[in-house]
Each structure stands twice: as structure tokens, then as C-alpha cells.
Design a protein around this ligand. Structure first.
Ligand code: SAH
Length: 225
């Protein structure tokens, strides 16, 4: 899988992919993540990529040309399954979308800034618009990092224990059950006995019951779905 992220602030993405699971997935060749500085596609001598909004009002708008140039340059290198624009008015990101995207080959993620991108870019190039929640960020970079992390950890071979993504929250429509590790007694608080019983089917049953209980308490709407 190849993920190309287009941004005016590539520095913001230095950290998220340089550690842990995403870093290891890249090292293993499961994913190639490229961050592109949109300013390099500006023909303006100050490398400007934004301008005032037609109709007036506060806030700059990201211009069409540099974005179109960047997307077309990428498309000349490979085919893309999706060109995603991170946007608060997009479809709310959730595990099912991460699952779906993890099966794709190549993705472009466009990060907006300021007031967002000129509408014509959305009409012409974007195949999918994704929001990471009902709040407004200053740019799409953190959203792109969230999306990339959630997708990359699902790639076969990414996680040490291949089955471990399947037991995470949302994969089966439930949140995850509580987990414990040593010591068995922490300041008088004991680990549930069944977990130390070594009885696999009982443990599985307990975990399922706990997941259902937790989902009922915390995310009852998941059970309705
Ligand atoms: N004027 C826009 C917000 C622009 S915020 C509006 O009111 O809808 C600047 C950029 O940050 C956006 O273009 C988008 O790329 C990113 N962004 C902000 N909030 C986001 C969210 N909740 N999810 C995904 N991207 C977001």
C-alpha cells in the first residue's frame, strides 16, 4: 500500500509515522508513506498556495492550481484507489472505514488549511471526504495521521500478533473488555479469577460478557446497530 499525503505543513507529520507500529510497517515494506509539501507545486515566487475568498470574509482559501499540479504529478507515478480530502463536513471516520481503506492499494490524502480548499478541487479530484469528528482543527494533518495509523495497523503483518486487531474495540460491534497484567494483586485490587484459571473457553465467555456489558454502559447505540 502507498499513502501520499499533501500538506502545507509537512513538519506536522514528522512524528506520527516515525515510531511504533506504523514505522515498523513501513520498514517491513507493508506501506510506503510519502508526505508532499504543497508549496513545492506553487509557481508563485513566495511559494504561496492560498488567496482571499471570493465574496469576501475572513480566512484564506487554498488555491486550485498547486493542488491540481501535485495530484496530477502523483497520478503520473501510479493509480490511486481514492483521493481523500480531510474535512469536518465529510463522513465521520470509524473502524469500518479503516477496514475498507486497508484493503485498497494506493491513497492520496489532501490536508486542508485556513478556510479549506477551493470547492472545485473537491468536485474535480476528491473521491471521498472524511471527518475525524464534529470539531474543527486548524489543518487536516492530524486527521490524516489518525486515518493513516488506523489503516496501517490493519495491514496483515503490521501487528505482532496477527489476530490482535480483531479483538480491539469496534471490530465486532462491541468495545473491548478490560485487560490486566502483573501483578495479580495491586494494592489489594485483584485480577478477576477467571483470567488466571487457564480455562480458555471460560475466559473467552467472560471477555465476551464484559464486552457486551461495557458496550451497553458506554456505547448502547452500537448494540442497536
Ligand atoms: N472552514 C472549514 C474548516 C476549515 S479547517 C469548515 O468550517 O468546515 C481547515 C482544514 O482542517 C480543513 O480544510 C480540513 O482539511 C481540516 N479539518 C478541520 N477539522 C477537521 C475534522 N474534524 N476532520 C478532518 N479534517 C479537519
Amino acid at each position: 500500500m502507498r499513502i501520499d499525503i499533501i500538506t502545507v505543513l509537512p513538519e506536522l507529520l514528522d512524528g506520527p509515522f516515525a515510531h511504533s507500529i506504523v514505522k515498523r510497517a513501513a520498514e517491513k515494506g507493508l506501506v510506503e508513506i510519502n508526505v508532499h509539501n504543497l508549496r513545492e507545486y506553487s509557481t508563485n515566487k513566495h511559494r504561496k498556495v492560498d488567496d482571499y475568498a471570493f465574496g469576501g470574509g475572513a480566512g484564506m482559501v487554498m488555491q486550485c492550481e498547486p493542488i491540481a499540479r501535485c495530484i496530477r504529478a502523483l497520478q503520473s507515478e501510479c493509480d490511486y484507489d481514492e483521493i481523500i480530502y480531510m474535512s469536518p463536513d465529510g463522513v465521520r471516520f470509524e473502524q469500518s472505514i479503516a477496514n475498507e481503506l486497508s484493503l485498497k492499494g494506493n491513497l492520496i490524502i489532501l490536508c486542508g488549511h485556513y478556510k479549506g480548499v477551493d470547492e472545485r478541487i473537491r468536485e474535480k479530484f476528491i473521491t471521498r471526504e472524511i471527518s475525524i469528528g464534529d470539531y474543527v482543527l486548524s489543518g487536516g494533518e492530524l486527521g490524516a495521521a489518525v486515518l493513516t495509523d488506523a489503516v496501517v495497523r490493519l495491514l496483515p503483518g503490521s501487528l505482532g500478533d496477527e489476530t490482535s486487531a480483531l479483538t480491539d474495540s469496534f471490530q465486532d460491534g462491541l468495545v473491548a473488555p478490560p485487560v490486566y497484567t502483573r501483578p495479580a494483586d495491586f494494592e489489594g485490587m485483584k485480577v478477576p479469577e477467571v483470567l488466571m484459571s487457564g480455562h480458555e473457553s471460560k475466559i473467552e465467555q467472560w471477555r465476551f460478557e464484559q464486552a457486551v456489558k461495557r458496550t451497553k454502559e458506554r456505547r448502547p447505540e452500537l448494540l442497536k446497530e
